[in-house]
Design a protein around this ligand. Structure first.
Ligand SMILES: NC(=O)CC[C@H](N)C(=O)O
Length: 508
């Protein structure tokens, strides 16, 4: 019989994804073939598998923690909000269509069978499946037709562990309240609770734990201390956005936090470089004096371009460009840096034509077929200044876009893709302006290529009169490996693992 355990939370942001990842690593290292699963994600951070299928990034890092290749079956439904009312619905890695909330809600019952089939197929290949819920299981208006919390626990017949966040405050009330709002059958699935993000004296907390156990009649399986783990979890990233420490690093990178920003995980890798500080420029804030400005991907390039224009940020970008600073656009950001954007079929937001910022001689047309592919390539651009010596650097990453961009004018290509979805090609891609200080590319994850990134950063250092330095890590994966181990150790040493295995063994 296959085994499973599901982690649900008292709300979003309590740390479900990280705890799920931690258990993936722990079980794997204890000798079990382990697989993560979350039926449905709502996120703009996605990943493209080897097969060219799109899935949420949380199950990607959980798969890495379980030391397996990401597989779209680990996250069969992905909802990517395009506007405030609609989301692009992705099934098994491919775009189904754009739907509003009501339409999707009506459609949900039909999804149950698909999820069950996929779940069974996937888990038949593993010893333990670690499932993650979404938000809270106590959203009583959504109980009917639920496919991601208790509905999923039932479908997979999994025991549940409920996670509460003590850092937010009100952890006892949210755990007890969640239990109270569950029905009898759901409540009987919950075998224990975990208190996450604890800072303080455990001795003071202990009497409360005993009282809570008496009230909810299930054990507290562990109290996990607050920790600074650098894993690309969306929740902890949202804390990074707010962090406003004064930087004493030598290179300052600013990333525009667009209203529909997608794949902001592209910039996590900069944490591995000791001389770099990344600041996200939030709504209402101004661009400071960065050495590199990055315009990231966007689910809705045209609307986000209008946002930059109306908020006055576009003028600030132009002023920075006049100072000769390096400006980098990824995917939607790349499209914005061009001269023109056309959307004849209304793929983005209904506006058919708009001028771009205009630093790159490219034009973009949105099509209704989405490009989703992993890529391997090489830098083609040869020049001095910021991009000196990059020619010949190998790069790997992935593309997710509806738009197609064409070079027209003085700009030149940035790179050459020589492998797409495992097939050999030779396509020129990306663009660089004639001064060599504005770059755009469709490749997400380009900075994960440490050799490329370190060379670029060293060029920026040179432009500031600083000497070159070496990267303290050889690859981003080496860095992530260490973080997964740290995370697993923290969880393992603060949770009753015997009880966890007992729960898995006895099931529901
Ligand atoms: N990932 C992205 O940045 C996508 C850009 C744009 N919305 C497109 O689909 O082409």
């Amino acid at each position: 019989m296959k085994k499973s355990i599901m982690f649900q939370g008292t709300g979003s942001g309590v740390g479900k994804s990280l705890i799920t990842a931690a258990f993936c690593r722990i079980f794997k290292d204890d000798g079990y073939k382990t697989v993560p699963f979350k039926s449905q994600n709502m996120a703009l951070n996605s990943f493209i598998t080897k097969e060219g299928l799109e899935m949420g990034r949380a199950q990607v890092f959980q798969a890495e923690a379980a030391r397996i290749e990401p597989d779209v079956r680990m996250n069969p439904i992905l909802l990517k909000p395009t506007t405030d009312k609609k989301a692009q619905v992705i099934f098994k890695g491919k775009v189904h269509k754009n739907m509003d909330a009501q339409e999707y809600h009506k459609f949900k019952p039909q999804l149950e069978n698909m999820i069950k089939e996929i779940y069974e197929e996937l888990t038949s290949e593993y010893d333990i499946c670690v499932l993650e819920g979404a938000g809270s299981p106590a959203e009583i208006n959504l109980r009917e037709n639920d496919i991601v919390n208790m509905g999923m626990a039932k479908l997979s017949n999994s025991p549940v562990v409920l996670i509460g966040d003590i850092d937010k405050g009100g952890v006892f009330a949210s755990l007890a309240g969640t239990m109270m709002l569950l029905n009898e059958e759901e409540r009987s699935r919950v075998k224990g609770v975990i208190i996450n993000k604890f800072r303080g004296d455990i001795k003071i907390l202990e009497p409360g734990l005993k009282m809570l156990e008496d009230i909810i009649k299930i054990p507290v399986l562990g109290v996990i201390p607050y920790s600074d783990i650098n894993i690309e979890d969306e929740d902890s990233l949202s804390e990074i956005f707010k962090r406003r420490s004064k930087s004493n690093k030598e290179i300052n990178i600013e990333v525009l936090y667009l209203p529909h920003v997608s794949n902001f995980t592209d910039f996590n890798v900069f944490q591995t470089q000791e001389d770099v500080n990344v600041r996200y420029v939030l709504r209402g804030e101004s661009i400071g004096n960065p050495d590199i400005l990055i315009i990231p991907g966007s689910k809705n390039t045209i609307e986000d371009l209008i946002y930059l224009r109306e908020s006055g940020i576009e003028e600030e970008i132009k002023a920075l460009h006049k100072k000769g600073k390096l400006i980098f656009g990824i995917c939607g950001g790349y499209q914005m840096l061009g001269k023109k954007l056309y959307d004849p079929k209304g793929v983005e937001c209904g506006i058919k034509e708009i001028d771009g910022i205009g630093f790159l001689d490219i034009e973009t047309v949105f099509e209704d077929e989405k490009v989703t592919t992993q890529v391997k390539g090489i830098i083609e651009y040869e020049g001095s200044g910021y991009l000196e010596g990059l020619k010949g650097c190998n790069i790997e990453g992935y593309e997710i876009h509806m738009g197609r961009s064409k070079l027209c004018g003085e700009s030149v290509y940035f790179d050459r893709i020589n492998e797409r979805l495992g097939k050999i090609t030779s396509d020129l891609e990306g663009a660089v302006n004639s001064q060599g200080n504005v770059v755009g590319t469709y490749i997400h994850g380009i900075f994960d290529n440490i050799n490329f990134t370190r060379k670029l950063l060293n060029n920026v250092r040179k432009s500031k009169g600083l000497g070159e330095i070496e990267s303290s890590v050889e690859s981003f994966s080496e860095f992530k490996e260490k973080e997964y181990n740290k995370l697993a150790n923290i969880v393992k040493s603060n949770v009753d693992m015997n009880k966890i295995y007992e729960i898995i063994e006895s099931g529901v």
